[in-house]
Design a protein around this ligand. Structure first.
Ligand code: MN
Length: 360
């Protein structure tokens, strides 16, 4: 293949999934069960066991970090994947298994980054079901392993992070200035049933409904008055929240005046702009991108592919061709990720001149 054209922006992709064999096997065992408290067992059983070609590809690409993934990144001029353990992470496992596997994942992630320091950064897996162990793992992942943030796959055993028992996680994250990426999973058991009839519990709609609810709960709980420096990252252009902010702000004073609901120092929209950033994962749609730039600002938006669940080519073409100023493209493609996740500026390839020889 001829030399690839250099591109005028570094591309950092910020919601890129991977899996290690030990967690793959543990998830398959879990998904084979029938726990009514874990409504997405059958979804993950489908993803992890069915022999459809698309799912075989997804499993192969989740488990690979050194070969096919780098070739695809090179082919499409993606400099960096910010890696995160695929949903639902370790959050469905028993306490001891979850704590142990999270640490193993993070050790493995640090080794992957050490092998390819210019190509990968990583978000630490934690076991929120054991909040103090999760907080300790955040500290180890940041100070010892030098990872770039934390990933939590929305609810943990149907509980949300606004419950105070989880706040040691926020305490650690704020103290260490660590962003927490709240990645989707299917709606919790309390809200799962109405999604089932038409398969809506997936990325088609339910992931967004679950994760958007989670974020709004955090805002309305007063978490961001207690932890004003906490940074939460949401995928899928903010899981619908930017579009809804006006109405949330309009309704919130009335709703919060009832009973003993928390009184907030700021409006919900002010927290969203101060404490949240969003990524473009799986939302390759220019009208939505332009709206989000207007609603929350180009400084709060980052590029993401959602590899391997979404295709790299579509995400790159979407952002390359976005009808927005070049300075915003630089922010969304790399400057914001460098700032928010502490990814070293300028390291790594200019696209298309990777550490691997061109193939094909
Ligand atoms: Mn994802």
């Amino acid at each position: 293949m001829a030399d690839r054209q250099p591109v005028p922006w570094r591309r950092i992709a910020t919601e890129e999934a991977f899996l290690i064999p030990e967690v793959h096997d543990a998830l398959r065992s879990w998904a084979a069960g029938a726990d009514p408290d874990e409504p997405d067992q059958d979804f993950w059983g489908f993803v992890l066991t069915q022999d459809l070609p698309g799912l075989q590809r997804v499993r192969r690409q989740l488990l690979d970090t050194d070969d096919e993934r780098l070739a695809i990144m090179d082919e499409h001029g993606v400099s960096v994947h910010l890696l995160s353990l695929t949903a639902p992470g370790v959050q469905t496992f028993g306490d001891a298994q979850a704590v142990e596997l999270a640490a193993l994942v993070n050790d493995r992630l640090a080794a992957i980054i050490a092998r390819h320091p210019d190509r990968f950064a990583g978000l630490a897996a934690i076991a929120p079901q054991v909040p103090h162990a999760a907080a300790a793992e955040i500290e180890r992942a940041m100070k010892t392993l030098r990872l770039n943030g934390v990933v939590i796959n929305s609810h943990t055993r149907n509980e949300y992070l606004d419950e105070e028992k989880f706040w040691p996680i926020f305490e650690a994250a704020q103290a260490l200035r660590v962003p927490i990426y709240i990645h989707p999973r299917s709606p919790s058991a309390q809200m799962a049933a109405p999604y089932r009839k038409y398969g809506l519990e997936t990325g088609m709609y339910g992931f967004q409904a679950e994760t958007g609810l989670h974020a709004i709960r955090l805002i309305c709980s007063g978490v961001f008055d207690r932890f004003p420096d906490l940074k939460i990252v949401l995928g899928h252009l903010g899981e619908g929240i930017p579009f809804w902010l006006y109405r949330v702000d309009y309704m919130h004073p009335v709703r919060s005046s009832r009973n003993s609901r928390p009184k907030l120092q700021l409006t919900p929209g002010e927290y969203f702009k101060r404490n949240f950033a969003i990524t473009t994962s799986g939302m390759n749609w220019h009208p939505a991108l332009r709206f989000c730039i207007e609603a929350v600002g180009a400084d709060n938006i980052m590029f993401a592919i959602d590899y391997p669940y979404q295709l790299t080519v579509g995400a790159v073409q979407f952002m390359d061709s976005a009808p927005i100023p070049d300075q915003d493209k630089h922010k969304i493609f790399h400057l914001n990720a460098e700032r928010i996740f502490g990814i070293p500026a300028g390291a790594g390839i200019a696209a298309g001149t990777g550490t691997r020889p061109a193939t094909g």
